[in-house]
Ligand binder design. Structure first.
Ligand SMILES: Cc1cc2nc3c(=O)[nH]c(=O)nc-3n(C[C@H](O)[C@H](O)[C@H](O)COP(=O)(O)OP(=O)(O)OC[C@H]3O[C@@H](n4cnc5c(N)ncnc54)[C@H](O)[C@@H]3O)c2cc1C
Length: 411
């Protein structure tokens, strides 16, 4: 290993968690979203200088912006051909979510593995020390330590840095991949049960089975403009990890709609903090991420989610009495009275899905109903996300046609 380094703590610029701030970021990025993105997106220029990419992921993750909000302006500006690379990347998110919806067992399996690895960590001092060094950016691998500190300080990492970081975690440091994924999920402002778990599985050779991602020193030096050097001791090979094959289920989604229906009460989760029916007289209640995830969440990730949820539930006003950390808390509130049906966007996997199932059962026991809806874009795209990305990629032109037809003033 090279000598331990003390990288300068990267700066943490503010990321307002509103739909307006998402559109402002999109508008600033728009001129760079065509061929320039295709040519330079792999360059990690460091915190505060990630201009080769959009940095829209926290907004997309929380539903402050949805895929059509981002795809349509980029295509209108650059045309489909020049925008193709950016469009593909946005569809990777759709793909991973669709794939996870077909394989919810993978999320369950991941949860059990995190628990087992955490128990093993508690019982094994050297493992705990190695994990703590990795999480605090004190491994002695300068580039890796820099990314750990950048993530702690900013809540964001460039895609290439995530790939290098995960690869070094798994193949050089030989740490359990699920604990790396768990740490990312708690630190990233865009921490997403599908993209994160499957991003780590992809690096480890578990998603495209047998195909791993190996971080190489020359590649890191090149795509950080020589700014970051991992030193000479990175793993030279990346043998795929092994796991039981994923179990696929038949996709069964609640009814699809592109416009959320007006309802007497609407439940907001941290997955969908954006387009809701015009508030009118309807009540909005918020359910925050589950307590287990909240327990060790990074400050940047936690505050982005809380702000996104708060402004969705009660725009411009205090939302503290309308956002609940647990289903029991929500149901024991006076605001849980006076309505029969609570409507929400459905999420078929991850912590929100577990909370929705719990809430549905508790409401049913009271003779009331949780009514779930699927976003039209997901309902159209997800059936093509059963296997590899290519199955969805070949449908992208047809999916874009539909989005363009549905857009205000569309064909
Ligand atoms: C190990 C690992 C963990 C990851 N964890 C997450 C995560 O928790 N949440 C998350 O949103 N993304 C995750 N990604 C995917 C990707 O790194 C981020 O989406 C991207 O870096 C976000 O930055 P951006 O908005 O500037 O991306 P841009 O390059 O500007 O892309 C635009 C949008 O496309 C989507 N996107 C781009 N690349 C990917 C990808 N490879 N997979 C899925 N969606 C993509 C994102 O929504 C992104 O905002 C992970 C990737 C890896 C390798």
């Amino acid at each position: 290993m090279t000598q331990p380094s003390t990288p300068a703590r990267p700066s943490a610029a503010p990321w307002p968690a509103t739909r307006e701030a998402g559109f402002e970021r999109l508008n600033r990025f728009l001129p760079r979203a065509g061929t320039r993105y295709a040519q330079s997106r792999n360059f990690d220029r460091g915190a505060g200088r990630h201009e080769a990419v959009s940095c829209l992921s926290p907004y997309l993750r929380h539903g402050l912006l949805e895929e059509p909000d981002v795809l349509l302006p980029v295509i209108a500006r650059h045309g489909r051909e020049a925008a193709a690379k950016f469009v593909d990347e946005v569809f990777w998110r759709t793909y991973f979510r669709g794939w996870m919806a077909h394989h919810p067992e993978i999320w369950q399996r991941y949860g059990s593995s995190v628990q087992e690895a955490t128990d093993q960590r508690r019982a094994t001092a050297p493992l705990d020390r190695a994990l703590t060094a990795a999480e605090q950016g004190q491994t002695g691998i300068p580039a890796f330590d820099h990314w750990a500190q950048e993530l702690l300080a900013t809540g964001y990492l460039h895609n290439h840095a995530r790939m290098w970081f995960a690869s070094i975690w798994i193949f050089t440091l030989r740490l359990p991949w699920v604990l790396g994924a768990d740490w990312f999920l708690r630190q990233l402002m865009d921490g997403d049960p599908a993209s994160n778990t499957l991003g780590w599985r992809w690096v480890a050779g578990l998603h495209t089975r047998g195909k791993t991602y190996l971080a190489r020193r020359d590649n890191i030096l090149r795509f950080t403009d020589g700014r970051l050097d991992p030193g000479p001791d990175l793993a030279r090979e990346a043998l795929a990890l092994e796991d039981a094959p994923a179990q696929r289920e038949t996709l069964q989604l609640p009814p699809a709609t592109s416009a959320p229906p007006l309802a007497e009460a609407w439940l907001v989760t941290d997955e969908f903090c954006g387009s809701l029916p015009d508030a009118g007289d309807s009540l909005r209640l918020g359910l925050a991420c589950d307590e287990q995830l909240a327990a060790a969440r990074g400050e940047r990730a936690a505050s982005f989610s809380a702000a996104a949820l708060g402004q969705a539930v009660n725009p411009g006003a205090d939302s503290s009495n309308r956002v609940f950390a647990t289903v029991d808390g929500l149901l024991s509130s006076p605001l849980a009275e006076g309505w029969q049906e609570l409507h929400c966007w459905s999420v078929p996997f991850g912590p929100v899905a577990q909370q929705l199932d719990q809430l549905e059962a508790a409401l049913a026991a009271r003779g009331r109903r949780l009514v779930r809806w699927t976003r039209a874009h997901d309902a159209r795209a997800w059936p093509h996300a059963r296997r590899g990305f290519f199955g969805l990629k070949k449908r992208i032109p047809a999916l874009l046609d539909r989005l363009e037809q549905e857009a205000p003033g569309g064909a």
